[in-house]
Design a protein around this ligand. Structure first.
Ligand code: NAI
Length: 345
């Protein structure tokens, strides 16, 4: 079983090491292929996402990724394809997703008893569309007096992410899909998102569906989170709501994710490279370990994925080995080791 590995930056290498430790405790014969992206690729190839790495990610098909840092205002990445075409992306993370045609970030964010307070029973999957919206990065500046960005919504992309969300709901015994939008203010872009959602929802009479404005959704996640099951939304709203859900669970270190495409998938946590705690060995590894468990489930190892998830629940509810973000004093590797020991039985 071969997986690609993007080690990442900041807390990336620490979380990757912890996740490998837990995944290897399942005794599955896992082989990792290191694929340089970001600073490491810049050093080796002179480009943060060289076509060599894109090809390697496509070839291996399923990869685990640590977070990559993006310098504020300077993150643009230009990829040149073999046919000479030039593709400009607003950041390295956006570039990976779009070069590999990953169309949805599926983020199952759960609360944990003893950790998440009023949100202990939160169990929401946020489906964030990845290919368009304001994050396509089509911006321009008029001197330093004005700047403009284009928000793109296409029927094709919305139908694809909506179908994926309903199919996911069916496969995973989920009861409801909620479309989150702002069609009252953006009647054309978000209006089209909602229209396509309502059309697709008719094909899934067995799954309940409804919709919600994004501002009201933020309020409801905080106050009435049980009304959400699967949420499908555009790129930017999904980005913001998944961090909110992570915060409500108790830490961004509890929020996993999976970027899914037709030919390739990249599993990564919701959060970034956390430069404020990088290199200290104190980051919470649960987000990436849960992403790793989803990766095993994605390739058919349900039993092993379930065992990792159960072990995480056990370690968190026991409350003895917790990282600082959860009020404990354990290191990243101590927490990973406590989880790995349970996985190994
Ligand atoms: P961040 O998500 O890295 O950190 C926000 C806060 O959450 C920080 O206080 C951090 O210490 C904490 N945190 C995050 N993950 C944690 C973990 N596993 N355990 C404990 N605490 C954790 O967001 P920030 O600081 O805005 O971004 C830092 C860098 O990451 C930026 O360069 C940004 O562009 C990049 N980024 C990368 C992403 C990716 O690779 N997919 C996603 C989001 C941001």
């Amino acid at each position: 079983m071969k997986f690609g590995l993007i080690v990442g930056e900041g807390i990336g290498p620490e979380l990757v090491q912890a996740t490998k430790h837990v995944l290897e405790a399942t005794a599955l014969p896992i082989e990792w292929t290191d694929i340089p992206v970001g600073e490491s690729a810049l050093k080796k190839y002179g480009h943060p996402l060289p076509q060599e790495s894109v090809s390697a990610l496509k070839e291996v098909k399923v990869s685990l990724k640590g977070p990559l840092a993006v310098e504020r205002g300077k993150g643009r990445v230009i990829c040149i394809h073999d046919d000479g075409s030039e593709h400009i992306y607003p950041s390295i993370n956006n570039a990976i997703r779009r070069e590999l045609k990953l169309f949805v970030a599926a983020r199952p964010i759960r609360g944990f008893s003893g950790i998440s307070g009023n949100h202990a029973d939160m169990n929401v999957v946020i489906m964030r569309e990845l290919t368009e919206d304001i994050y396509i990065g089509w911006e321009h500046q008029i001197g330093d007096v004005a700047a403009q960005a284009i928000k793109l919504t296409t029927r094709e992309a919305v139908e694809r992410v909506t179908k994926y969300s309903f199919e996911y709901a069916r496969r995973n015994n989920r009861k409801k899909v909620t479309c989150v939008h702002k069609a009252n203010a953006l009647s054309m872009t978000d209006g089209l998102f909602l229209k396509c959602f309502l059309e697709i929802a008719r094909n899934y009479p067995d799954i309940e569906s409804d919709d919600c404005f994004v501002d009201a959704a933020a309020f409801s996640l905080v106050r009435h989170h049980t009304k959400f099951d699967v949420v499908v939304t555009s790129n930017q709203y999904g980005d913001i709501l998944s961090d909110l859900a992570g915060g409500l669970a108790g830490s961004l270190g509890l929020a996993p994710g999976a970027n899914i495409g037709v030919d390739a998938s990249v599993f990564e946590a919701t959060h970034g490279s956390a430069p404020d705690i990088a290199g200290k060995g104190i980051a919470n590894p649960v987000s990436l370990i849960l992403s790793g468990a989803s990766m095993l489930r994605h390739v058919g190892f349900n039993k092993e994925a379930f065992s990792i998830e159960e072990s995480i629940h056990a370690v968190l509810s026991e409350g003895r080995v917790l990282t600082a973000d959860l009020g404990g004093t354990a290191s990243t590797m101590q927490m990973a080791d406590a989880i790995a020991k349970r996985v190994a039985g």
